[in-house]
Unconditional design. Structure first.
Length: 408
């Protein structure tokens, strides 16, 4: 006899769970048997009481239950979570070339850790916890993560929490940042939040405290390599440059010149720092400017200085309600870039918003090309790197679309 409270769900929700989607929404729960506290493990069952899965419950969240396992024999002890961690790391060793020193090592639901993201930057692991169930178990999971990683011989400086996201409030959690200290750990915490990483042979200084998200965007690793392969001899414009990762990959690929543009002075300073760190300061120039306005300025002056333009904007929408506005923004920036490129020039463009679907994004590019009066020859269509795995049964795990075109 199972000891967990039972949540009886609707037939529609049952179909979704049977197809291995891990979320049960509040309105899908029809009856509850047993007492529980927020963050506890509960069983999800069909209207007839048939077992479907076990997960974290949170009455404050729109997602009432986040399913962790559909195996009725699982016991959620330390051994269970250690197996999950090892499985996640073994997968990444297989698909990321064996080096996990600069890699996303846990990607939430895609790795069976609902609401947990963990990125490794050399000797620092940065975690973001977005579910109450994970928050209540972090003193089990995070020490295990450190233990398993250090078995390979590399000592970690520490685990840094980047829980400074508003979505935590929807789970009844406070926003916070800082070094994680395990309950049985004493001593001084690290004094610096800087880590030096190497990706695609390029060095970066990552500030895990102040950088965007967890400090650095790892998901474009192989898209940057694809870009570098066509950069030789070209004059490159990198819009929304952020840390300068696309600009640096273009320079490493042999670009004649690279101009990196970002609206943030901090980003501009970071590009210049990374250019100098990698010996590309004579190739890369950074400029503080709004990308939309800068492209308009180039068009108005009749300048066509660039034969490779990169568009890597932030997510223009974080909800379905504003998808229309986002598509308008994507269209505007893309047709401007297409119009500036000479025939035979190249365009790298992407969207990191889950709510802008693949169909929407590709349709937008078609519309932008028509507006610009150009034809696009597709070179590559890519997605997020494999350390950010996309589960087909969980469409929310797919978000990054990347296209590489020649304008003909």
């Amino acid at each position: 006899m199972r000891s967990y409270p039972r949540f009886f769900i609707s037939k529609k929700a049952e179909r979704s769970v049977r197809e291995s989607h891990p979320w049960v929404y509040g309105e899908e729960v029809e009856k509850i048997e047993g007492a529980y506290a927020p963050g506890d493990m509960v069983d999800v069952v069909s209207s007839k009481g048939r077992y479907l899965g076990t997960g974290f419950v949170n009455d404050l969240s729109k997602i009432r239950v986040r399913i962790v396992s559909q195996n009725a024999n699982d016991t959620f002890d330390e051994a269970f979570w250690e197996r999950r961690i090892r499985y996640a790391l073994d997968y990444r060793r297989a698909v990321m070339g064996g080096d996990l020193r600069c890699c996303r090592i846990i990607f939430g639901e895609a790795d069976g850790f609902p609401g947990l993201t963990a990125d490794r930057f050399d000797d620092i692991v940065v975690v973001q916890i977005l579910s109450l169930g994970m928050e209540k178990r972090k003193d089990i999971i995070l020490p295990l993560l450190k233990k398993v990683l250090e078995e390979e011989g590399d000592k970690l400086r520490g685990i840094y929490e980047r829980n400074d996201v508003k979505i935590r409030k929807l789970e009844g959690l406070e926003e916070m940042t800082g070094w994680y200290r395990a309950p049985d750990c004493s001593g001084d915490l690290p004094s610096s939040t800087l880590a030096r990483i190497c990706e695609n042979g390029i060095f970066y200084d990552v500030d895990v405290e102040k950088g965007q998200k967890t400090g650095f965007f790892l998901d474009q690793k192989y898209n940057r390599l694809a870009l570098s392969r066509i950069a030789r001899g070209r004059h490159v414009l990198d819009c929304f440059s952020n840390t300068g990762s696309f600009a640096l990959n273009a320079a490493k690929g042999g670009a004649a010149s690279v101009l990196a543009v970002d609206v943030s002075q901090d980003a501009v300073d970071m590009v210049e720092r990374h250019a100098k760190l990698n010996g590309f300061e004579k190739i890369i120039t950074a400029k503080k400017a709004d990308a939309f306005a800068f492209l308009d300025e180039l068009a108005a002056s009749g300048r066509r200085d660039f034969d490779l333009i990169i568009l890597d904007p932030p997510a223009f929408t974080k909800s379905r309600k504003t998808v229309g506005n986002a598509l308008s923004g994507y269209t505007d920036i893309n047709w401007r870039a297409m119009k500036l490129l000479p025939r035979g020039g190249y365009l790298a463009t992407c969207s990191c918003s889950h709510f802008v679907t693949e169909e929407m994004f590709l349709g937008m590019l078609h519309k932008a090309a028509l507006k610009a009066g150009v034809c696009l020859r597709q070179i590559e269509y890519r997605q997020q790197a494999a350390d950010h795995p996309y589960l087909w049964n969980v469409p929310e795990t797919f978000y990054l679309k990347f296209c590489l075109f020649q304008v003909v």
